[in-house]
Design a protein around this ligand. Structure first.
Ligand code: PHE
Length: 338
């Protein structure tokens, strides 16, 4: 019987076939219900005990080899038969592959960062989940400030919240470096607001910080004018209105001349000729001290803008929600932007 197994092993090794019928015949002859291997299997109990081990192992090898051979030839016959049927036509025009586009917020974010890196600002990023010290206390927010209210800020616990601005990143930069500091901090920020055409609970900011000896309000104004002209065009004008932020003193709100009516007055600028784009001011000495910087030696300015707002003005988009809905009819309009 051992010889029989050897003969069959040899046969399996040599077997080839040119069509599927031959493979099936071969399978039935060896592995079918009345097949030769099946017969050997049932003869196994008649094998003398001392030969059982050797015979069993050989028989198993044979069975596996036969199964593998059948499957292998079947596979190769099947795949070659399909490729024969569908002869490839190499002259056919290629299928159109639609290209994606950058999100308008990414386009404008890059543009803002490019403008500031051209005049020596570095880019700094920090955590979106922030502690009270970096988001509020270091920035001179008094304990009872309304921004610390659950209604404005997403708190995780008493100490930890989702950052409400990227000023928190600038606190980290000030703590970890010595002036001169020139940096812009882009990132996502979170505020507990109802979603509407003008507000969203998630939006994007770029905030800037410049600290050195003798930095003045004139430096701030010139930097912002340069930014506005680079972003909106050479003829753009800016206007600063007094405002209040806990971390800057004095503080101002920055407006740019309306891009739609060129400052003449229209519906978009509510006939004022100007549109608000950011907040700014001279860094409050308390903030410098909180971050380990000697306020008798150094002074600095800071500013912060929403990327959504800049993008809406630049591309005349009238609803903030477009940025988050991922409607391709909206996104595809930015294909040519880089
Ligand atoms: N952090 C302010 C905000 O989120 C913006 C700002 C930054 C204002 C720096 C003044 C100076 O609204």
């Amino acid at each position: 019987m051992l010889e029989k197994v050897d003969i069959l092993l040899d046969e399996v090794a040599k077997f080839t076939a040119t069509d599927l019928n031959q493979v099936e015949e071969f399978r039935i002859r060896l592995l079918g219900k009345k097949g030769e291997i099946t017969a050997l299997m049932s003869d196994f109990r008649n094998v003398p005990n001392e030969q059982k081990k050797e015979f069993g192992q050989k028989l198993n090898t044979l069975k596996t080899a036969a199964l593998e051979k059948v499957n292998e030839i079947k596979d190769s016959l099947e795949s070659s038969s399909t490729s024969n049927k569908e002869k490839q036509d190499l002259t056919r025009p290629a299928e159109y592959t639609p290209l994606g586009a950058r999100h308008p917020l990414s386009v404008v974010r890059k543009e803002i960062l490019d403008i500031f890196t051209r005049i020596g600002f570095s880019i700094s990023e920090g955590p979106e989940i922030e502690d009270d010290f970096h988001n509020f206390t270091a920035l001179n927010f008094p304990p009872e400030h309304p921004a610390r209210d659950m209604q404005d800020t997403f708190f995780i616990d008493d100490e930890i919240a989702l950052r409400t601005h990227t000023s928190s990143v600038q606190v980290r930069v000030m703590e970890n470096s010595t002036p001169p500091i020139r940096t812009v901090s882009p990132g996502r920020v979170f505020r507990n607001e109802a979603i509407s055409a003008r507000a969203h609970c998630i939006f994007h900011q770029v905030e800037g910080l410049y600290i050195d000896k003798g930095v003045s309000f004139a430096d701030l104004k010139q930097t912002l004018l340069y930014f506005a002209k680079e972003m909106f065009g050479e003829n753009t004008e800016i206007r600063l209105r007094p405002s209040y932020f806990p971390f800057t003193e004095p503080s101002a709100e920055v407006d740019v001349s309306c891009q739609i009516c060129n400052g003449k007055g229209c519906n978009v600028c509510k006939h004022t000729g100007f549109l608000e784009i950011m907040g700014c001011g001279m860094v409050d000495p308390n903030v410098l001290e909180n971050c380990g910087i000697d306020s008798t030696v150094y002074s600095g300015f800071a500013f912060g803008m929403g990327i959504e707002r800049i993008t809406m003005l630049k591309y005349q988009i009238n609803d903030l929600r477009h940025f988050f809905e991922n409607d391709l009819r909206f996104l595809n309009q930015f294909k040519s932007a880089y």
